[in-house]
Design a protein around this ligand. Sequence first.
Ligand SMILES: [Zn+2]
Length: 150
Amino acid sequence: MSSEPRTEKDWYSILGARPSDSPAELRQKYQKLALLYHPDKQRRDISAEQEAEGARKFIEISQAWKILGNEETKRTYDLRRRDGEMTRSFPVDNQIHIEDMIWHEDEEYYYYSCRCGGQYIADKSDLQQTSLVNCDSCSLIIEILQEAQR
Ligand SMILES: [Zn+2]
């Protein structure tokens, strides 16, 4: 595991893309920028600073694509990003111990009723990535407290 910086760059905005873009749209935006800033495509008459800036941009774009162009790393990044946004924009409404949630046998997920009548739903893979779950019908969020593995 490589160590990741605590504050991550917004890879979407580096590509001029949005989180809602499809993989094909992301690829298109990446390719357009990569072509624009590719060291081999730079004009001959630009200054050394412009050349350095172009090279820096090209590296940044490549990094963004390395993360967003791969299904696995994109998913991990999206989840981290969502957690960050959720903690910033909404306060956590409640803390729930995982034992207090109800396990849905057939569908294999945990659920917990929200006071709005909606539900908080989390499956096991969600819980490996995040402890924050939002209600499926309002903007409330709960933090799920999990016991350490025994
Ligand atoms: Zn709710």
